[in-house]
Design a protein around this ligand. Structure first.
Ligand code: PRP
Length: 219
């Protein structure tokens, strides 16, 4: 790995982008260029050798594993699903939600053990879902969707879903109720394993500042 290459931070586009920028700014990283609305995907950090890479959230672990980014921010849900070989450095605390199993309220089912044998479960997280149901000893058929998973039961594609819920609004508006908790999800700072060694001092310095900012938020 080239030590002189700029330190690259993969920032997820979408709902996590704003809290990521706020946190980095509090840790002293200038995010002004990142705040500029543009279609640029590689954005320099003014006055430094650092840069941001704007990525789809699900791709952040891939950029980091392959060293295209040294650091990245990603939800624990995506991290678990991706199964990438990266170092998890910090729980950033924001982007808090739950990964749950839900069914149509009208089904009357209120416990995952009451799901029918070979129930179909729609999800964006096929790996997590398969592992969860297997751990519970429940035979289920996992159907992989890329979004709007709540549609699955409405159109008869699935009996249940595994998805993240934050406010619960999407579940309620689509007549679904949670019947099982899989994991609590927050955003994580991840790092390429080689970068952790080669760029130890830069990464360690940023992690230290982030820890201080996160500790201040708790005071
Ligand atoms: C996520 C998730 C739920 C919704 C939950 O979807 O998959 O659909 O947010 O949020 P709530 O509990 O606050 O209503 P996202 O907006 O990422 O879109 P997607 O379903 O197309 O992936």
């Amino acid at each position: 790995m080239d030590k002189t290459k700029p330190l690259t931070i993969a920032v997820p586009k979408g709902r996590l982008q704003k809290p990521v920028m706020e946190l980095l700014e509090r840790a002293g990283v200038d995010c002004s260029e990142l705040r500029n609305p543009s279609r640029k995907l590689i954005i320099p950090v003014p006055g430094t050798e650092w840069r941001f890479l704007l990525a789809k959230p699900a791709d952040v672990p891939t950029y980091v594993e392959y060293g295209a980014a040294d650091l990245g921010v990603v939800g624990k849900d995506i991290l678990l699903e991706s199964h990438k070989d990266v170092a998890e450095l910090l729980d950033l605390g924001f982007g808090c939600c739950r990964l749950i199993v839900a069914v149509p309220e009208s089904s009357g089912i209120r416990d995952i053990q009451d799901l029918d044998f070979n129930s179909r479960v729609a999800t964006k997280f096929p790996r997590i879902t398969t592992e969860f149901f297997s751990r519970q000893g429940i035979q289920a058929e996992v159907v992989h969707l890329n979004g709007s998973v709540e549609l699955g039961p409405i159109v008869g594609l699935a009996d249940a879903i595994v998805d993240i819920t934050e406010t619960g609004t999407t579940l309620v508006e689509n007549g679904l109720v949670p019947i099982g908790d899989i994991a609590r999800v927050t955003s994580r700072l991840i790092a390429n394993r080689v970068s952790c060694k080669v760029k130890y001092h830069t990464i360690e310095g940023l992690v230290r500042r982030l820890r201080e900012v996160l500790a201040e938020s708790l005071d």
